[in-house]
Design a protein around this ligand. Sequence first.
Ligand code: NAD
Ligand SMILES: O=P(O)(O)OC[C@H]1O[C@H](O[C@H]2[C@H](O)[C@@H](O)[C@@H](O)O[C@@H]2CO)[C@H](O)[C@@H](O)[C@@H]1O
Ligand code: MN
Length: 453
Amino acid sequence: MVKPPFILSIAGGGSTYTPGIVKSLMVQLEAFPLAEIRLYDIDAARQNTIAPVVEKVIRDHSQRIKFTVTNDAETAFSGAHFVFAQMRVGQYKMREQDEKIPLRHGVVGQETCGPGGLAYGLRTILPMVELIDQVTRYAHENAWIVNYSNPAAIVAEGVRRLRPQARVLNICDMPVAAMRNMGAILGVDRHKLEVDYFGLNHFGWFTQVRVDGEDRLPELREHVARFGLLTEDAAQTDPQHADPSWVKTWRNIKPIMEHFPEYLPNPYLQYYLMPNEIVAHQDPDYTRANEVMNGREKKLFAAAQEYQRSGVLPDAFHVGVHGAFIVDVACSLAFDLRQRHLVIVENKGAIANLPYDAMVEVPAYITSSGPEPVRMGAVPLFHQTLLMQQLASEQLLVEATIEGSYEKALQAFTLNRTVPTMQHAKAILDEMIEANRDYWPALQKAWENGKAV
Ligand SMILES: NC(=O)c1ccc[n+]([C@@H]2O[C@H](COP(=O)([O-])OP(=O)(O)OC[C@H]3O[C@@H](n4cnc5c(N)ncnc54)[C@H](O)[C@@H]3O)[C@@H](O)[C@H]2O)c1
Ligand SMILES: O=P(O)(O)OC[C@H]1O[C@H](O[C@H]2[C@H](O)[C@@H](O)[C@@H](O)O[C@@H]2CO)[C@H](O)[C@@H](O)[C@@H]1O
Ligand SMILES: [Mn+2]
């Protein structure tokens, strides 16, 4: 176990989420004592824009914590006890491509689901492995990487294959955000909920939602049948979720549960179960990447500028469940708290009828040696089949990345439920290879060779 006060490095320090996460760290400083916070990013200009805001957040709470901003891996990770990873490989410019290319072919354009998620995975696996190697080289021998970098399911599978011994815990805030909304609907703090859940990241179902041992899913079902998984105050709790696309997402839980009322789905299942409606409501010229660049990013950059100019920091970022969750998980890892959280882990029988080595999302007790998954038993044939297809798509994508295989990439795209035909898969993949020429050299080469044959 590592001893406090900790050195914490944030990889992807220039992220729009950094100020919120650091604010959450400051709020929980007694529970998670810090000696130093280091920001690390490959984009110095972006990180330098955000860094003064982060420093202000720290100084409002502590004069003692050392603050370091760097683009050098050795400086970033030497002796670090924890690394929070939140890299967006290719930044919003490539997110826009991930979303817009499939849409031009009438297919869902999304950051982590469908072809967009697969493309993002192809870009992220190897940089994630590089980050792990740097941390292994420089950080404390018992350091933990807590990873938010998306697409988390594919990143987790890539890391399992390429660096199986690494101390990396992959997490997602979507189930926690759903639990926040459930708590608001039930009039109970989200921390009082204990859930059962099975699936892959961004592809799973809540099977029970207990409060003091009583399953409240029946009550939630009734609420969802009227409003979806949304309350007015849920939108207020997290301003990001007041954006029209998020409101729609929470509402779409309603049609999904009208068809399949037994379990409460992860909101991301909308992309797989109702892709036509999603495409019909997406604007191919203005996707979520544009909404974020013109919203969250613009607001934060403007506030950073205003702070530099006037010394006054406008209210420009939000802590929410995103910041709170990663700090909770780190506390449990640091102090062996055995808190129960939904995280991404190697299955090892937790879902009895999925492969033993699949990277699944289930509840786990978080100990200082890592997560201990809770057994969710066997899942129904319908869910098992959906999960197996998605898993195969993601695993083939990982193999395509490792082997530089065009054929496996095409299989991954074809198998994805959002993609109707192999012709759609090929057209989208080929356009994506062009757009990602700076990121996928091996695949580009395999594709060029194939064309030449
Ligand atoms: N798992 C989850 O539930 C969850 C929730 C929210 C956000 N995220 C993820 O968090 C990340 C950050 O999101 P954002 O919207 O703030 O993006 P952002 O573009 O604002 O920030 C990402 C930062 O990562 C940096 N980066 C890119 N490649 C890097 C590398 N190889 N090494 C170090 N830094 C690198 C970029 O320069 C950028 O500053 C994304 O991956 C996003 O998908 C995950
Ligand atoms: O479109 P974005 O960039 O706003 O969000 C994409 C991410 O959405 C989920 O995370 C939400 C979370 O659900 C919410 O409560 C709040 O904390 O904001 C998060 C970011 O919007 C999802 O889990 C992530 O994987 C996505 O990256
Ligand atoms: Mn997520």
